[in-house]
Design a protein around this ligand. Structure first.
Ligand SMILES: Cc1cc2nc3c(=O)[nH]c(=O)nc-3n(C[C@H](O)[C@H](O)[C@H](O)COP(=O)(O)O)c2cc1C
Length: 183
């Protein structure tokens, strides 16, 4: 498959205070503008079969309590370990606060990435760390040049969120079409 408009897209989020859900809905609006209606649902309603049914799966997670995993994602961990996403392209985004929690910035995104890589999924959507100010992050690579997915800091850099979401969606469409053309 190379045409993005024929892809089945799912957006699954976990949230404590609603920010990650809001980003899921904003991403869905951006996909709609690209001609794709995404299924948006909370991880509390997710099943392994549902995750495995999409061509492109977007997963959103916030970090809580000094590098902690959002509780509903943590509850879904056992299921996630059983998922086989070898036919699925996955991109992830994480919410965090780089000034309040600079030693643990979007750590849960790094946790999710580790879990998703173990499912055999093809992961896309890595994002530059340029423009962020943090000390450490489980979601960053060794030289801290990239996050494994989109980092959103709506607490401290809300004015950058719209642009980051829009550019990330452009990037995802391009990367999705490239990896599925090669498949
Ligand atoms: C008590 C508390 C702990 C937090 N811990 C972290 C953290 O360790 N790392 C981080 O990047 N952000 C942390 N944050 C910021 C949240 O991830 C951020 O506010 C996020 O947008 C919440 O998303 P949600 O509304 O979807 O739950 C914390 C926020 C609070 C209030």
């Amino acid at each position: 498959m190379t045409d993005f408009t024929s892809a089945r897209v799912g957006i699954v989020f976990g949230t404590d205070t609603g920010n990650t859900e809001e980003m899921a809905n904003r991403l869905a609006t951006l996909f709609e503008q690209r001609g794709v209606v995404a299924d948006v649902f909370n991880v509390t309603d997710a099943t392994v079969a549902a995750l495995e049914s999409f061509d492109l799966l977007i997963l959103g997670i916030p970090t809580w309590d000094f590098g902690g995993i959002q509780c509903d994602w943590e509850d879904f961990d056992e299921s996630l370990r059983q998922a086989n996403l070898s036919d699925t392209v996955v991109a992830m985004y994480g919410l965090g606060d780089q000034f309040g929690y600079g030693d643990y910035f979007v750590d849960a995104l790094g946790w999710l990435n580790e879990r998703i890589l173990a499912t055999g999924a093809q992961v896309i959507g890595a994002w530059s760390t340029e423009g962020y100010d943090f000390t450490a992050s489980r979601a960053a690579n060794a030289d801290k040049s990239q996050f494994c997915g989109l980092a959103i800091d709506d607490d401290q850099q809300f004015e950058l969120t719209d642009d980051r979401l829009a550019r990330w969606v452009e990037q995802l469409v391009e990367e999705f079409e490239t990896v599925t053309a090669d498949a």
